[in-house]
Design a protein around this ligand. Structure first.
Ligand code: MCU
Length: 408
C-alpha cells in the first residue's frame, strides 16, 4: 500500500489525484496491496508548492483553476475538486492521510472492530451497528458522529462512530489526542475534522472487508450535528464512497462561509467567525490560525468544501440560531449549489433551514425532506429532492462575481 500519498500538502508531481480515497478493497480481510491513487487519466495541473495568496472578498470561483484555466468539462471539474481539496487541506484542515498500509476488521455482536497499521504503529477502534427492522441485508447505513442526531430511517442501519475517540474535542488543549494521533503522531497537521474523516474512511474500508456486517458499502451516508455536523461535511467532502452527506446545524466550519460570517459579524450579528472558532477546539489545522484574520486571502471558502461532494447527495439541515450563522449557511450553500447545477444534477443538493426548535433536536417538519434524500440516495427510489428553503436571503451580486458553466 502507498501510505499517505493520495493527498499530500505539497504535491511534487505534475498531476493532482482526482480521487481522495482508495478504490474499494477486495474481499480479503486484510489489505496491503498497492492502490491506485487516481480514477481518471485527466492530467490536472499541479498547484505550486508555495503560493502567494491574493485577497478576494467574494466567494471563490468554483470553475476557474488556480492557474486561471476555465473549467468547462466534468473531467476538468474533477481536477478542480482535487485542487480545492488540496487547498482546503493546506490552509484549513490539515493533510488527510490515505489508507494506511494495513486495514483489517472483524465483526462480532453488532460491533465492528477496525485495526489500522502503518510505519510500525497500530491502532484499533470500534463502531456499533444498529440494524433496521425492515428492509433486506446488506443494508444501506448512515454513519453518525457521536451516534448522530437524526431519527433512524426505515430500512437503513445506523453506525455509531465515536469521533471523539479518533480525535478529541474538549478544548484547544485536546490537539493531538486520540487514536488518529497515536498512529500518525501528535504533531500531524490534520485537525480533528480531518482525523475524523480519515476514521470514517477506515470504517467504510472495514465494511468492504467484512460482509458479515451486512452493510452495503456502496450505500453509505454520514451525519452529525453541530460540531459533529462540521465533521460530517468534511467526511463527505473527502471520501467519494459516501453517497449522502447530512450535516445538521453545522454552522461555522460546516455549512457557513467564512467570508459571509465575517461580513455579518461586521454588521452586528452574534455569529461565530474564523477568528473566534480557532480558540474553541482543535477542529482545524494550526495552519489555519494564520489566515483567520485575513479570510479574504483564503483561496476557497466553505462553498468549495461542499462542492467537493458534487455530484453526490448533500442535504444540509439548519436551524435559526444566530451563532451558527444561518444566513451565512444559506448563502454559502446557494453558492455551492452552482457545482451541482453545472453538473446537471441541481437536486442532488438540498438545503433546509427551519427554526423554532432546540439545537440538534430534529424537527418533524423537516422529516419528509430528509426522507426524500434518504430514499433517493440510500434506497434507490425516485423522490423529489428539489428542496432549497430558508428564512434568509442571499445577495448573489455581493458574493459571486463568476458564472457557472454547463459542464460537458
Ligand atoms: C455549531 O457547532 C458548535 C459551535 O461551533 C460552537 O461554537 C459551540 O460552542 O458549540 C456548537 C456545538 O457543537 O454544539 C453542540
Amino acid at each position: 500500500c502507498i501510505p499517505n500519498t493520495q493527498v499530500s500538502s505539497t504535491i511534487p508531481t505534475t498531476t493532482l489525484v482526482t480521487s481522495f480515497t482508495s478504490p474499494p478493497a477486495s474481499s480479503t480481510s486484510s489489505s496491503s496491496a498497492t492502490r491506485a491513487t487516481s480514477t481518471s487519466a485527466a492530467a490536472c495541473s499541479a498547484l505550486p508548492g508555495s503560493i502567494s495568496l491574493k485577497a478576494n472578498p467574494k466567494l471563490n470561483d468554483l470553475f476557474t483553476m488556480f492557474n486561471g484555466d476555465k473549467v468547462t468539462t466534468k473531467d476538468k471539474f474533477l481536477c478542480r475538486q482535487a485542487e480545492m481539496s488540496e487547498l482546503i487541506q493546506r490552509y484549513e484542515l490539515g493533510t488527510l492521510p490515505g489508507r494506511p498500509a494495513t486495514v483489517t476488521a472483524s465483526f462480532s455482536g453488532n460491533t465492528l472492530t477496525i485495526n489500522c497499521g502503518d510505519s510500525g504503529k497500530s491502532i484499533s477502534f470500534t463502531v456499533t451497528i444498529s440494524y433496521p427492522s425492515s428492509g433486506t441485508a446488506p443494508y444501506p447505513a448512515i454513519i453518525g458522529y457521536g451516534g448522530g442526531s437524526l431519527p433512524a430511517p426505515a430500512g437503513v442501519a445506523m453506525i455509531n462512530f465515536n469521533n471523539d475517540n479518533i480525535a478529541a474535542q474538549v478544548n484547544t488543549g485536546s490537539r493531538g489526542q486520540g487514536k488518529f494521533y497515536d498512529l500518525y503522531g501528535k504533531g500531524h497537521s490534520a485537525g480533528a475534522m480531518t482525523a475524523w474523516a480519515w476514521g470514517v474512511s477506515r470504517v467504510i474500508d472495514a465494511l468492504e472487508l467484512v460482509p458479515a456486517a451486512r452493510i452495503d458499502a456502496t450505500r453509505i451516508g454520514v451525519t452529525g450535528c453541530s460540531r459533529n455536523g462540521k465533521g460530517a461535511m468534511v467526511a463527505g467532502a473527502f471520501d467519494k464512497r459516501i453517497v449522502l452527506t447530512l450535516p445538521q446545524e453545522s454552522g461555522a466550519g460546516g455549512s457557513a462561509c467564512w467570508r459571509i460570517s465575517d461580513y455579518l459579524k461586521s454588521q452586528g450579528a452574534n455569529i461565530q467567525t474564523a477568528s473566534e472558532i480557532i480558540g474553541e477546539d482543535p477542529w482545524f489545522s494550526t495552519t489555519f490560525n494564520s489566515y483567520v484574520n485575513q479570510v479574504p486571502t483564503l483561496p476557497f471558502d466553505h462553498h468549495s468544501l461542499a462542492a467537493l461532494i458534487a455530484p453526490r447527495g448533500l442535504f444540509v439541515i439548519d436551524n435559526n440560531i444566530d451563532w451558527l450563522g444561518p444566513q451565512s449557511c444559506f448563502g454559502c450553500m446557494t453558492a455551492a449549489r452552482t457545482a451541482w447545477q453545472a453538473l446537471g444534477v441541481p437536486n442532488n443538493i438540498g438545503y433546509s433551514q427551519i427554526g423554532a426548535h432546540a439545537h440538534c433536536a430534529f424537527p418533524s417538519n423537516q422529516q419528509s425532506q430528509l426522507t426524500a434524500f434518504v430514499q433517493k440516495f440510500l434506497l434507490g427510489q425516485s423522490t423529489n429532492t428539489a428542496i432549497f428553503q430558508s428564512d434568509f436571503t442571499f445577495s448573489q451580486p455581493q458574493w459571486i462575481d463568476w458564472t457557472a458553466p454547463t459542464l460537458t
